[in-house]
Design a protein around this ligand. Structure first.
Ligand code: ATP
Ligand code: MG
Length: 412
């Protein structure tokens, strides 16, 4: 059994570093606490993805105390303090000065920031379960908002007047669905009423912030409930316009996916065809890589069904693709368990028994060779090359000579 005193996992190293940061701030007379998500996670017995520190020290004082630091949200008083390197990355902790956000003018960002007390800082946070602090030196939870009780009762509740809080920042509408799904919480009726009342205004939030929430929501194993809440609250149609709300069967598929299924995989299941996939991914301002991946998955998922009738030249590029495993997982999740699918069998067989030169062998003939043999580069040139490549994968040509003969015959 692993010795708990020897725990050198990245999570432990990160927590130790955050604790060091708190000690140093405290030594210099500042109040310093773990804040928000990490406190919630620790109370739930989960390993936090990161530790945020909130402090009474103003940002320039934080920067002075920690020379290896970067201002990340200077206007909001957030400083990133850099720690040791581990597994090729630098451990870091965000240190934010206690603040009370000013009025929200555009439903997005606070107009002004005032530094304040821990209590004020708790009240600017979104949900009670996210509004607690932990004094890690004395092991004491500091709870100004009733978060601990809500966490015990498994309730998601906005801090303060719910409808004001959603009007201040509409992104909280999506965060509500993500948090309720992720921690399996009932939504407090007043909070839910405020969500329904404000749902129409989700469109005021930037595409980037929406996409970021969707990424986090869909990457979580409880993604089906998150989607159900989005649907019930009238948010689904607004953040993914043009998509039908997912039918029960699709929701089951999404639920049956492996917990680690990445966002792009789930996103691909939601869209019916590759044109929609491209349009929606673009409107969400997803990265070019994400758009390519989602479109590829949507385009090829049906190819598993038809694997028995597809020629090698159609199958091999799929088998060779870095997302092939994910494609198979998505396909499998849509099947009743135990059901054997012949197309899937063929995929598995070929992956286990690839051709000797692989799914993407060196081309027998390339463009230069064609030119050397008197072919003129022109409109039909790339079509000839493609035909040769397909013929090679299909085993119709095995030598350069056979290839050149085929090239001659098809370019006549
Ligand atoms: P995760 O584990 O997914 O990171 P988290 O609760 O840490 O969950 P973050 O987005 O990292 O979520 O935010 C950290 C904390 O900042 C939250 O716990 C919450 O207290 C506060 N917070 C984040 N976004 C908002 C928001 N839009 N409005 C109010 N408070 C917010
Ligand atoms: Mg976080």
């Amino acid at each position: 059994m692993a010795d708990p005193h020897q725990d050198t996992s990245p999570a432990k190293v990160e927590r130790d570093f955050a604790l060091e940061v708190v000690h140093k701030l405290a030594k210099h007379g500042h109040e310093a606490l773990f804040a928000g998500g990490c406190v919630r996670d620790e109370l739930l017995g989960l390993v936090p993805s990161d530790h945020d520190v909130a402090t009474s020290a103003p940002p320039d004082e934080v920067r002075k105390l920690f020379r290896r630091s970067l201002p990340v949200g200077a206007a909001f008083g957030v400083v990133e303090v850099l720690g040791p390197r581990m597994d090729g990355r630098t451990i870091h902790v965000q240190v934010a000065t206690f603040r009370s956000d000013g009025a929200y003018v555009d439903g997005r960002r606070p107009e002004s920031v005032h530094f304040g007390s821990a209590e004020q800082d708790a009240h600017r946070r979104d949900f009670t379960i996210n509004g607690m602090f932990l004094d890690p030196i004395h092991g004491k939870v500091i709870d100004f908002v009733g978060g601990r009780n809500d966490l015990d009762q498994k309730v998601l509740r906005a801090i303060g007047f719910a409808s004001d809080r959603f009007r201040e920042d509409r992104l909280r509408l999506l965060r509500a669905a993500r948090m309720a799904a992720r921690f399996d919480l009932a939504v407090d009726p007043e909070t839910e009423r405020a969500i329904l009342e404000n749902a129409h205004a989700i469109t005021l939030v930037s595409a980037e912030r929406i996409a970021d929430e969707l990424r986090r929501m869909l990457a979580n194993p409880n993604r089906a409930r998150a989607l159900k809440l989005l649907t019930d609250w009238g948010l689904f149609q607004r953040v993914l316009p043009g998509l039908d709300t997912p039918p029960l069967e699709l929701m089951k598929t999404i639920e049956g996916l492996s917990p680690n299924t990445p966002f792009v995989g789930v996103a691909a299941l939601l869209v019916p065809n590759s044109r929609e996939a491209r349009r929606i991914s673009q409107s969400l301002r997803l990265s070019n890589q994400e758009i390519r991946d989602i479109t590829w998955l949507v385009e090829h998922i049906d190819d598993i069904d038809s694997a028995l009738t597809l020629p090698n030249h159609a199958l091999y590029p799929i088998l060779d693709h870095p997302l092939c495993e994910l494609l198979m997982d998505l396909f499998q999740a849509g099947k009743t368990s135990g059901e054997k699918d012949p197309g899937m069998e063929r995929f598995r067989y070929l992956l286990a028994n690839p051709p000797q030169s692989g799914f993407s062998p060196p081309a027998l003939i390339d463009g230069n060779m064609l030119i050397q043999h008197g072919f003129k580069p022109g409109p039909s040139f790339s079509r000839v090359l493609q035909t040769l490549w397909n013929a090679q994968l299909d085993g119709l040509i095995k030598t350069r000579e056979e290839g050149l003969r085929l090239a001659t015959s098809i370019s006549k």
